[in-house]
Write a protein that binds this ligand. Structure first.
Ligand SMILES: [Zn+2]
Length: 122
């Protein structure tokens, strides 16, 4: 069976986290997709049946090794207060300069020596 069952996280009596599935007769090794109230989901595999009650099975789960951990891409937030040179991208920008189109930028001493015609902050 390749269908995955919807599950919600459940704290087990031994303090570890498992899942609650609204189904009975589950088998060890069955895949479940756990969704938290916050909307985070991950795939897990049933490791152990903990209890079956009122149509709900509580299971101990194991995170699937194939499930990729979601790592958000590092956000690039250019800061106007940083000392990054607008021209060469290196730190140490202490000078204000204007490029060929009149845009204001922060540049390092090295780039400040360049004529405004070679600078481009756009
Ligand atoms: Zn520079």
């Amino acid at each position: 069976m390749s269908t995955t069952l919807a599950a919600t996280p459940a704290k087990l009596s031994d303090g570890t986290w498992g899942a609650r599935v609204s189904a009975l007769g589950l088998k060890i090794g069955t895949k479940v997709t756990i969704t938290t109230r916050a909307g985070k989901t991950w795939d897990a595999q049933i490791d152990r049946i903990v209890s079956e009650k009122d149509g709900v099975t509580t299971v101990a789960t194991r995170k699937l090794s194939t499930a990729s951990t979601y790592t958000p891409a590092p956000r690039y937030t250019p800061s106007t207060h940083s000392n990054t040179c607008d021209e060469c991208g290196r730190g140490g920008a202490t000078r204000t300069a204007y490029d060929s189109s009149g845009l204001e930028g922060r540049v390092c001493n090295g780039c400040a020596r360049e004529s405004s015609h070679t600078l481009s902050f756009a």
